[in-house]
Design a protein around this ligand. Structure first.
Ligand code: B1M
Length: 211
């Protein structure tokens, strides 16, 4: 237990090398992968999310913690498939067509991964057809980011493309980004909106009926 606490604290502090070492040592000691993941890495990331929400942590600290989480996940990833730990759901996420901003998108992706979601990261400048293709290959939530007022209409295009593909009802859509608001989400009939990365985790869980 002390090891998992140490792991959690190292992750919160963004100490990637230490996180990797502690995860490896827990694996060597035959600790359950699920326990390392849930009580070490995900528990640490949840604290980071809360601190970010409360303005105790800012973007650099979150990115550094997320990098530490990735270091730990790298050790666990090959073991996860074998141990039967199911991701809690698959989210396809991208920055919409014409928009190259990815810092916020990457933060949301990392927080979702930290919360146990499987992520299909579609990258930047993503056209509606790519979001639709991802929805057809198992994503239950299509998540979009936009930072420009000029690219926000791209979100409406995706919502409409999903509807046109007959996936409405099966796939939830979710949007965010600095100029995006709840009223815009309502206007374009997106299923959800979140103002920041940690609220995005809550919203994705809510959309999948997990909260
Ligand atoms: Co650009 N840019 N930029 N830019 N840029 C902004 C967005 C701008 C507000 C700056 C300004 O003028 N004050 C302005 C947009 C104006 C507008 O449309 N209202 C702007 C502009 C105009 C441009 C260019 C057009 C500039 C030019 O070339 N003339 C150009 C456009 C390029 C393009 O996309 N086609 C451009 C280019 C760039 C860079 C490439 C230089 C760089 C991007 C680098 C990169 O992303 N790899 C850049 C940057 C860095 C910014 C600012 C300075 C910072 C954005 C950022 O990363 N914020 C930005 C000014 C600003 O916002 N203060 C600006 C930090 C990030 C963590 O926040 O992305 O908001 P954010 O994400 C948050 C939340 O919004 C939320 O969670 C995140 C964490 O809390 N969130 C979601 C995001 N997506 C979500 C999805 C969700 C839920 C929550 O659910 C799915």
């Amino acid at each position: 237990m002390a090891k998992l606490d140490e792991l959690k604290q190292s992750l919160i502090g963004g100490k990637a090398a230490q996180v990797k070492e502690l995860v490896q040592s827990a694996v060597n000691e035959k600790m359950a992968v699920k326990e390392i993941l849930n009580e070490g890495l995900i528990a640490g990331m949840a604290v980071v999310g809360k601190k970010f929400k409360n303005n105790e942590f800012y973007v650099p600290e979150v990115l550094i913690a997320a990098r530490a989480m990735h270091a730990g996940m790298e050790v666990l990833q090959p073991l996860l498939a074998e141990s039967g730990v199911e991701p809690i759901g698959k989210v396809a996420m991208g920055t919409v067509k014409g928009d190259l901003h990815d810092i916020g998108k990457n933060l949301v992706v990392m927080m979702l991964k930290g919360a146990g979601f499987e992520i299909d990261d579609l990258g930047i400048d993503v056209p509606p057809e790519k979001f639709v293709a991802a929805a057809k290959s198992g994503a239950k939530v299509v998540a979009m980011s936009a930072l420009l007022t000029t690219t926000m209409p791209g979100m409406k295009d995706v919502v409409e493309a999903i509807e046109k593909a007959g996936l409405n009802g099966q796939i939830k859509t979710m949007i965010g980004g600095a100029p995006v608001t709840q009223s815009y989400a309502d206007e374009i009939k997106a299923d959800g909106y979140a103002p920041d990365a940690s609220s995005a985790v809550d919203k994705a869980k809510e959309l999948l009926g997990l909260s």
